[in-house]
Write a protein that binds this ligand. Sequence first.
Ligand code: GRF
Length: 202
Amino acid sequence: SRIAVFASGQGSNFAALIAAERVGLLGGGSIELLVSDKPEAPVAQRAEEAGVSTLLLRPKEFASRELYEAEIVAELQRREIGLIVLAGYMRLITPVLLTPYAGRIINIHPSLLPAFAGKDAMGQALDYGVKLTGVTVHFVDGGMDTGPVIAQRSLVVEDNDTATSLAERIHKVEYELYPEVVAALAAERIGLVGRKTIIREK
Ligand code: GRF
């Protein structure tokens, strides 16, 4: 499958996905495009260095969210993109993108959903004082981190954890888990019935 990664920030997950593809760990998926709503974001630079095409748009320059997304959909269709992988893309998605990509758009979130949806999930978890947190990969729907869960990994919050130390361990988990799930989706090994997903083993 031809994959577009959407990202707004640092792009370390984008880099992990590119690295996984290079060593044959993306299940026949190929990353063809980076879409970003922040043309100045470090992820755009990473894509250029990796030789991945970019679509860099400023949503503010469009009359509506729908028109912004319609421009993206046109480009995805032109490039025959089959899967959308959100990796730190900080925007809600509308039906303009969701309808043509139903069941083919996923996100990664740095908490065990449904706990700590939305922004700064790791900060929310630390403030709450939970002893366990983790990473969730889920299908995307119109809500904020609300779609069906595909995979979760937990990790222990240590007594001396800071935002930095926790983020470092969360990221490590993300860089392993996301390529595995993208590979499964690219190989059509993920089933979805209602909210329940099943990953078929290779
Ligand atoms: C990740 O922690 C991801 O879970 C969240 O946004 C962050 C993106 O980090 N959705 P990066 O841009 O991949 O470094």
